[in-house]
Ligand binder design. Structure first.
Ligand code: NAD
Length: 350
């Protein structure tokens, strides 16, 4: 186990009101979560456990890496001995579990790795957290566990019908988490969120990929027709949702984190072309688009109701125009935060 990100030794565990373990904190969403927690909760110790996979970047955490209430530990959630020891030594009170293999395209070709990290790794973590008697365990899942739907809106009681290896591994991991609640009343809460966008996301995912391709004068590559639609939430809105669940989410419950904001992948490409290439001519926009083979399965929509989390007081706030502008500006300066970022722009063999 290696620790980095601070120079002074930490005080005894009791000197902080709570000790939070955030897994996958060098990745996209969890890095935003950590920055917010470290800045706004100085009496909480935030411990970031991440194995630093290809999509991770400690640059995502540069603004808080020297703070006294932050600690980075490089390690693997699948290493049960290490994880058990971590809970013993760090006296964790609360877990926010984000670490996962997350790229759907990759899941078709490396399915077993997704099962191993997302299912086995979550089981290791939930078991250690149970033994350590943590007071809350938030498992960050996805709307993709519902599978696609054209018009019927999913709520938290809708059946899980995943259609790709990534979504299947997230759904299976949910079952392990839920079984600890059923069997031991282990205080687990599950969230299922729509697609998230914003700074810090490795450019393999659709929004940063299209932005980065266009900023490198390359075409947006669209899977199939591009008529599949996705709902997009800005990163800071999702952080607010997790803070709401942390404070008010009930153990044993599931919360959808969704938005009515929805657009097709083709529409998304055209908006980004307009903003980055400053054109609204249809023929010029078409010249920045390349259609490639579709994924083996590609859900058309994930319509989802989020009334339950609205009842806790959360609503998304950041308008698309504002969020996408901040995201485009960020990638202009920070594309090289990952040393392998260029690789993410290559067409994916599916
Ligand atoms: N990005 C989205 O739009 C979205 C939407 C809904 C749900 N989610 C869920 O949110 C979570 C975070 O997603 P993201 O897009 O920020 O992910 P990401 O791919 O950007 O980051 C994942 C992080 O997990 C780390 N990691 C991977 N395997 C690990 C292991 N074995 N041990 C320790 N660390 C490991 C990686 O190094 C990386 O830093 C995931 O669980 C994902 O399923 C994401």
């Amino acid at each position: 186990m290696s620790a980095a990100g601070r120079t002074e030794p930490l005080g005894p565990p009791s000197s902080f009101a709570k000790r939070l373990l955030v897994t996958g904190g060098a990745g996209f969403i969890a890095s935003h979560m950590i920055v917010s927690l470290v800045e706004d909760y100085p009496n909480y110790m935030i411990i970031n456990l991440d194995k630093l996979d290809y999509c991770a970047s400690l640059k995502n955490l540069e603004t808080i890496s020297n703070k006294q209430n932050y600690k980075f530990i490089q390690g693997d959630i699948c290493n049960s001995h290490f994880v058990k020891l971590l809970f013993e030594t760090e006296k964790i009170d609360i877990v926010l579990h984000f670490a996962a293999q997350t790229h759907v395209d990759l899941s078709f070709v490396r399915a077993f790795e997704f099962t191993y990290v997302n299912v086995y790794g979550t089981h290791v973590l939930v078991s250690a957290a149970h033994e350590a008697r943590v007071e809350k365990f938030i498992y960050v899942s996805t709307d993709e566990v519902y599978g696609g739907s054209l018009d019927k809106e999913f709520d938290e009681s809708s059946p899980k019908q995943p259609t790709n290896p990534y979504a299947s591994s997230k759904a299976a991991a949910e079952c392990f988490v839920q079984s600890y609640w059923e069997r031991y009343k282990f205080p687990a809460v599950i969230t299922r969120s729509s697609n998230v966008y914003g700074p810090h996301q490795y450019p393999e995912k659709v929004i940063p990929k299209f932005i980065s391709l266009l900023q490198h004068n390359r075409k947006c590559c669209i899977h199939g027709s591009g008529l599949q639609t996705r709902n997009f939430l800005y990163a800071t809105d999702v952080v607010e949702a997790f803070l709401t669940v942390l404070k008010k989410g009930k153990p044993g419950e599931i919360y959808n984190i969704g938005t009515n904001f929805e657009m097709s992948v083709l529409q998304l490409a055209k908006e980004l072309i307009q903003l980055i290439k400053e054109t609204s001519s249809e023929s010029e926009m078409e010249s920045w688009v390349d259609y490639v083979n579709d994924r083996p399965t590609n859900d058309m929509r994930y319509p989802m109701k989020s009334e339950k989390i609205h009842g806790l007081g959360w609503r998304p706030k950041v308008p698309w125009k504002e969020g996408i502008k901040k995201t485009i500006d960020w990638y202009r300066e920070n594309f090289h935060n990952w040393k392998n970022a260029e690789k993410a722009l290559e067409p994916f063999p599916v």
